[in-house]
Structures are given as structure tokens and as C-alpha cells.
Design a protein around this ligand. Structure first.
Ligand code: CO
Ligand code: CO
Ligand code: CO
Length: 306
């Protein structure tokens, strides 16, 4: 499986028992703390392996850093944050590569494994499935407010916890069920990634905007005008495939397209197993919610927000 499916990672079958999952992601800093940034960037990179139903084994650093522009402690702390997350995931760091670059960037290339029959793609959703989301959304909006120095310590702490959280446990719980598709929520926002699932499956998917868990203060910041540029381009990109119920709060629609950093998993499964899966998530401290439903076949794929 390669780039043509716009899935989270590439999958290469080695033999009947094992397929390799390979992925690469890197980011510019999303926080002032290098150690926190390292953790967030690593959690974000590892997430694509979890989204494919796999288990990460090894990781390689990718670094763009200029020692002339920044103290080398910044890089050391970032890499330490990354290593700590890699170890939390049960994987190991194998090495890496750095280039001199004015703009600091850091991330990982991660290799994982999965049974070839148990690869979870982003295109298998079935009519009658519900969609479960495992993290609240709003990180792009909150990060914009942080840059404008409008977010207090409590908000920063909360968003760090969300972005640095591994999707490991959520993925393990999800794999106990018969999942038809999965992806992780990143730059295209919830709406963009769900539309990808809808297009991949040739289905119409409905998102229940009121049921989507949203990070505290997100709505307030949107009301104040803090919306990252990516939210506009995401919505514009999705527009030809969108049906929006006119009764939906405009602020909620904006939030649906907020680009996320290290967001949660979203997966589809038969509605009869939705509650059971949700309860298991809750028992394990995961703030999961049923946020949507696969309604009907649709040749081109479409997203309804209601
Ligand atoms: Co992804
Ligand atoms: Co990715
Ligand atoms: Co090299």
C-alpha cells in the first residue's frame, strides 16, 4: 500500500505474518518549551502507526536546526522529549539525521509492524457504522491564542497534555473490536480527515457537531477571532463535498476544520458495538465520543455536518 490511498503510512508485506508500517512526520515548534515540543512532535509521528492498527518498533530523528540561531540545549531538550515518548511507546531510537536550517523543525520517521490481514486503512467505513473520536479538538485555535499571549497556564498545561498524549492505549482498545476504518486527526482537521474516510469508502458520513468534544476555551477564542489560516483552507478544500445544516452554530463549523497537532484517532465500527467500545475507552481514562455516523453510499464521498 502506498501514496495513492492518502493513508497515514505506507505498508509493505514481508511475509504471511508480518507487514512493515513506515511513516515520517516533522513539525515546527508548537510550544516555547523544547522538552514539551519534543514530546508532542514524537507523539504526532508515532500516531500514524497506531492509526494503521500497528505497533511502533523503531524511530529515527529528523532535525532541522541552526546552532548559530539557537542554543544547543534547545535541541538537546527537544530530543530528550522525543526519546521519552519513543520509550513510552515501547519503541527504540535508532539514529537520525540533521541539517542546518534557519527554521527549527523536529520529528520522527517511525517503523512499526502489523499482521498483514489486520491493517486498518482509512477507507473501509460501512453504512450503519458509528464514528468514535478519542481526543477533543481545538489545538490549532488554542495554539494561535497562546502565540497571542492570551492563554493562561492552565490552558497551556491542558493542551500540552492532549497533544503529547500517545494514541497507544486508544489504538489497543480499538483493536479489540471489528474496526472498518481508522485515521488520526492532524492538519486537515476533524472535518477534512472524516471527509477523506468518506471519499475512501464512497459513503456519506454525518458529523454531529454538538457531540464533538472541544477543548475548554476554544469557542471563546474563535469568537474573539483566533482561527488559524489552515482552518479556512481546510474548509475551502472540503467545500464541494460538504452539506451543512443551516441550524449549526457557525463557530462550531469553524472548529470542525481547525488543523490539529497530534490529534486523536477516529475510527468506524458497527453501531451495535459503539457503546461497548466507548465504555472501555472511558474506563481507561480516554475522553472518547461517538461523533458521527455512516449514512449512505455516495460515489464521490461526502460529509454532512449537523
Ligand atoms: Co495521520
Ligand atoms: Co502523518
Ligand atoms: Co545522514
Amino acid at each position: 500500500m502506498g501514496i495513492e490511498t492518502s493513508d497515514d503510512a505506507g505498508v509493505f508485506k514481508l511475509n504471511k505474518e508480518t507487514a512493515l508500517i513506515q511513516t515520517l512526520d516533522f513539525l515546527t515548534p508548537v510550544t516555547d518549551s523544547p522538552y514539551e515540543f519534543g514530546q508532542i512532535a514524537a507523539a504526532n509521528s508515532l500516531s500514524d502507526v497506531y492509526a494503521m492498527g500497528g505497533k511502533p518498533l523503531t524511530a529515527m530523528n529528523i532535525v532541522c536546526f541552526s546552532p548559530k540561531n539557537f542554543k544547543k540545549e534547545i535541541l538537546e531538550e527537544t530530543l530528550q522529549g522525543g526519546i521519552d515518548k519513543i520509550h513510552e511507546a515501547g519503541a527504540i531510537l535508532m539514529g537520525g539525521h540533521s541539517v542546518d536550517d534557519q527554521e527549527f523543525k523536529y520529528g520522527l520517521s517511525v517503523t512499526g509492524i502489523v499482521h498483514p490481514d489486520k491493517v486498518i486503512t482509512n477507507k473501509g467505513a460501512q453504512v450503519g457504522d458509528v464514528l468514535i473520536l478519542t481526543k477533543p479538538i481545538g489545538t490549532g485555535i488554542i495554539a494561535t491564542a497562546i502565540k497571542a499571549k492570551l492563554a493562561d497556564k492552565k490552558i497551556r498545561k491542558n493542551i500540552f497534555k492532549i497533544m503529547s498524549g500517545l494514541n497507544k492505549k486508544a489504538s489497543e482498545i480499538m483493536l479489540n473490536f471489528n474496526i472498518s476504518s481508522c485515521t488520526d486527526i492532524t492538519g486537515f482537521g476533524l472535518g477534512g480527515h472524516v471527509l477523506e474516510m468518506a471519499k475512501g469508502a464512497g459513503k456519506n458520513i454525518v458529523l454531529f457537531s454538538e457531540k464533538v468534544p472541544i477543548i475548554e476555551k476554544t469557542k471563546e477564542f474563535v469568537t474573539m477571532g483566533f482561527l488559524p489560516g489552515g482552518a479556512f483552507s481546510n474548509r475551502k478544500f472540503c467545500n464541494p463535498y460538504l452539506n451543512i445544516n443551516p441550524k449549526v452554530d457557525k463557530i462550531l463549523i469553524d472548529i470542525m476544520f481547525d488543523p490539529q497537532t497530534s490529534g486523536g484517532l477516529i475510527f468506524s465500527l458497527n453501531k451495535n458495538h459503539g457503546e461497548k467500545c466507548m465504555n472501555l475507552m472511558k474506563d481507561n481514562g480516554i475522553n472518547a465520543s461517538i461523533v458521527g455516523k455512516v449514512i449512505s453510499n455516495d460515489e464521490h464521498g461526502s460529509l454532512t455536518i449537523q
